[in-house]
Design a protein around this ligand. Structure first.
Ligand SMILES: Nc1ncnc2c1ncn2[C@@H]1O[C@H](COP(=O)(O)OP(=O)(O)OP(=O)(O)O)[C@@H](O)[C@H]1O
Length: 226
C-alpha cells in the first residue's frame, strides 16, 4: 500500500488558558497543491501553522507527514522527518538572528543538521541565487538590509532542506508590491518543480484566489475542514 502524500492536522485542538482556539480542526495539504487558509483575526491560523510546523504541540489530535504520525515538537522528531516541513512567517526581523550574515542565516538549518561545509556553501549560493541575493547582500547582517531582502533570505533558509511542505503565514504581507510578487513567484516555482504542498495564510482575498487551488475557511472551527 502506498503511503498518503499529505501533511495532515488531524482533529487538532489547542487552547490557551480557558480559550479554545482550535477545536478538533482537520486540515490536509496534499503534495503539489496550494491550500489557502483564511479566517478572521484571532481564529487560530498562526496557531495551526505552528502546530503543522511542529513548533507547538496540540492539546489533542496529531500531525502526520505522508502518513507518519509525529509525536512531539520539532527537535524531538527525527531530522529526516522534520526537515520535510518548513515555515515562513510575516516578520523576518522576528525570525532572523541579528548576529548572522544573510549567508549564515540561510546556512543555519543545514549546519544544524551537520551538513558538510562544502555542501553548505554550495547550497547557500544556489539558494541565494534563487531569491536574487547578490554577494554583497549575502555578507550583510539583518540590520543592514531591507525587510524585503531579509524576507528573501528567510525564504531561502526555509527552502534549504528542500521541504515537501511549505507553510506561508502572511509571508508577503509586510512587503512592497514588487518584492511581494518576487517572493510569490519563487514559492510558486518551487511548488511546481518540487511538487511541494504549500499552505498560504493571507487576509488578502485576491492573493488567496490567485494563489490557491482551494481555500479553507478557519472561521468555522467547529467544522472539519479538509
Ligand atoms: N502563546 C499564546 N498565549 C495565549 N494566547 C495566545 C497565544 N498565541 C495565540 N494566542 C491567542 O489565540 C488566538 C489565536 O491566535 P492566532 O495568532 O493563532 O490567530 P490568527 O488567526 O493567526 O490571528 P491573525 O489573523 O490576527 O494573525 C488569539 O486570541 C490569540 O490572542
Amino acid at each position: 500500500m502506498t503511503s498518503p502524500q499529505h501533511l495532515l492536522a488531524d482533529e487538532v485542538t489547542v487552547g490557551y488558558g480557558h480559550q479554545v482556539v482550535l477545536d478538533g480542526v482537520t486540515v490536509r495539504i496534499g503534495r503539489g497543491e496550494t491550500v489557502g487558509l483564511r479566517g478572521p483575526s484571532g481564529c487560530g491560523k498562526s496557531t495551526l501553522v505552528r502546530v503543522l510546523a511542529l513548533l507547538q504541540r496540540p492539546d489533542q489530535g496529531r500531525v502526520s507527514i505522508d502518513g507518519t504520525p509525529v509525536d512531539g515538537t520539532r527537535y524531538a522528531v527525527p531530522v529526516a522527518l522534520r526537515t520535510r516541513v518548513a515555515a515562513l512567517f510575516q516578520s523576518p526581523r522576528a525570525a532572523a538572528d541579528p548576529r548572522l550574515s544573510l549567508a549564515d542565516l540561510i546556512a543555519e538549518p543545514l549546519r544544524a543538521t551537520r551538513t558538510p561545509e562544502p555542501t553548505v556553501r554550495e547550497r547557500v549560493a544556489e539558494l541565494a541565487d534563487l531569491v536574487s541575493l547578490t554577494a554583497d547582500l549575502r555578507s550583510r547582517r539583518p540590520h543592514a538590509v531591507s525587510d524585503g531582502q531579509l524576507q528573501r533570505a528567510c525564504l531561502a533558509r526555509a527552502l534549504a532542506h528542500r521541504p515537501d511542505y511549505l507553510l506561508c503565514d502572511e509571508a508577503t504581507a509586510m512587503l512592497d508590491a514588487s518584492t511581494q510578487a518576487h517572493v510569490a513567484a519563487v514559492i510558486r516555482d518551487y511548488q511546481r518543480t518540487q511538487q511541494a504542498g504549500v499552505l498560504v495564510i493571507s487576509h488578502d482575498q485576491s492573493l488567496l484566489d490567485r494563489w490557491s487551488d482551494r481555500i479553507v475557511d478557519l472561521g468555522n472551527t467547529a467544522a472539519t475542514l479538509t
